[in-house]
Design a protein around this ligand. Sequence first.
Ligand code: NDP
Length: 483
Amino acid sequence: MLELENLIGGELRASESKAWLDNVEPATGKPFARIPRSNAADVAAAVAAARSAFPGWSVTPFEQRAECLRKWGALIAQHSEALILAESQDNGKPVSLARAVDIPRAQKNLEFFAGAIEHFASDAHIPAGATHIHYTHRKPIGIVGCISPWNLPLYLFTWKIAPALAAGNCVIAKPSEVTPVTAWMLSKWAEEAGFPPGVFNVLHGLGHEAGQALVEHPEVKAISFTGGTQTGAHIARTTAGMFKKLSLELGGKNPAVIFADCDFEKAVATTIRSSFANQGQICLCSSRILIEDSIYDDFRDALVAKARRIVPGDPADQATKMGALVSAPHRDKVLGFIREAQELGATVLCGGEAALAPNERCETGYFVQPTVLEGLGPKCSINQQEIFGPVITLQRFHSEAEAVELANDSTYGLAATIWTQDAQKAHRVASNIESGIAWINCWLVRDLRTPFGGVKSSGVGREGGFEALRFFTEPQSVCIPTA
Ligand code: NDP
């Protein structure tokens, strides 16, 4: 069985607790690795290592920091096949998705922030005839914690650690205990990439143990967290009195707004992808499909026909389009939402059950059919709570105003997709929808320079491009006389 280790001060080692946790393959339900069950003593050791490394790393020229990130990216490329297979095995996602999205994007994240730090600049204010010059000195914060979820494991892990390291911080990262393998693989190549010991540390273990100890540690000055809204609220409460810098990327309940004047075929095909990609386990997935009355029946029928053709398969099979859900508890939670929907009077147009195992190997895996529900009001729990699985609901609207009202009838505000060929309407609707991101006639197209994040219960702060570098630096206003 594979045995993962923490990376602390450049050394790969077990937890001080000497305890281990099983890591289960979602497609089979069987353990294939064990990970250290890290605790507060491991956090203290990682903080000590990061404290020793910070004075050197924070003054390392930015070109050299960028070079480490580029080398690390090259190591991802060199080991990409192993990473693709590991991500699929660990998460249950189709190997084709890990190949097309997760691993190339992880490499891109490292390369992108290597470039970004080379172009990052701060402001100077020099009025005409100035007696004084004011400039902003952006300094690395110190020791920062990066906590990432299980749905896009290496993709979101690198999205946090790359800007943190580029900006000159020392990092203690905690990947989700559910999907730790690719972060561990990356940690093994940190030294080869050129990072001095203690600059980058990884702790594996449970959120409420290792994660909590990291968040509570007084020397960890900033926390960049992606995960569930409840966990985000808990972290905000824990850190409030310590005044830590916080970036919170949280859950979503994203609307797809389908107007009658949309490009019908494209809207159907993309809505299938935006609903069911990664088994619906992407924070940006559409989950509430709002359809204009005049095309409601046709759109529903076309969507359901396509959804019925998606059959969950063995994630290791190259042809599989939908894999397994990440864990047994998560599968049970998703199936519980479907039962609740039926009790509330929903019509199940497709799916609604655990899916049959695709083969003998996967007999005890966590497969759920793509599920389309109809007939639920906007206020019910199924249209309000994040399900984070292959489950969507359909609702009908009669006017642009009603579409916007339905779209905004949520405590979340992460992303929206809008389907219309009327550019002015598209812009109007996008600006009236309360979301951090709006895609018009497309989905999941990302330019890494753009701000990324949510409003309302979907989070606080923005990642992406210079926003992330601003988060991971502390601005100091400096004033100096000209004469
Ligand atoms: P969780 O909130 O359960 O966990 C996220 C991370 O936080 C994990 O590493 C977890 O560790 C850790 N954690 C849990 N409790 C604590 C704690 N008390 N202190 C510190 N760390 C803790 O989320 P999931 O992993 O279940 O991920 C799914 C969620 O992430 C969904 O809500 C989804 O919408 C959201 N998400 C948001 C994105 C965005 O950009 N807005 C992008 C992707 C996902 P462990 O796993 O070991 O418990």
